[in-house]
Design a protein. Sequence first.
Length: 180
Amino acid sequence: MIQAGSRERFLDEVLRFVRSAANLPGVLRIALVGSILTDRPDPKDVDVLVSVADDAELAPLAALGRRLQGRLQSLNHGADVFLADGGGRYLGRTCSWKACGPGIRASCDALHCGRRPYLHDDLATVRLAGGLVTSPPVELWPVVVRRCAVPADVERLLAHLSEPHRYAMRTSPGGALADE
């Protein structure tokens, strides 16, 4: 069952993720993709695309991704943190395991488990189109860029991210983003 206000909760959690991930060394860009950008009242998950430098340590980003997934699982929904390099090449997703490395998980389907810690390169399962990676519909950080029309609730998220003086997260009593 979908809880009332789950879209708002999704977007609150995206805001929290962006504010944390933007402070990590090697994070170059954070974008929003997927069904949350539509008017669909109950998207199954939130999809975030993070571009990282080749030498970025992925463990802290994977930890933030697990936290985002965990918070949304309380709503019976999920989250994916997709990764790309600075040149716009899709790399995979963040690893969902707290301990990542070859042989730790028999169920790991990463093609090169452990080659780059916390990179889940399950390219045989999930692959993002090149155009989506190089020009995502909505960039959240370091600057907000819209390449499509977005629902009003997403527009409120973008407004919060666009105004530096509103960087501290404020929410209404119901948990949704509050206007100052």
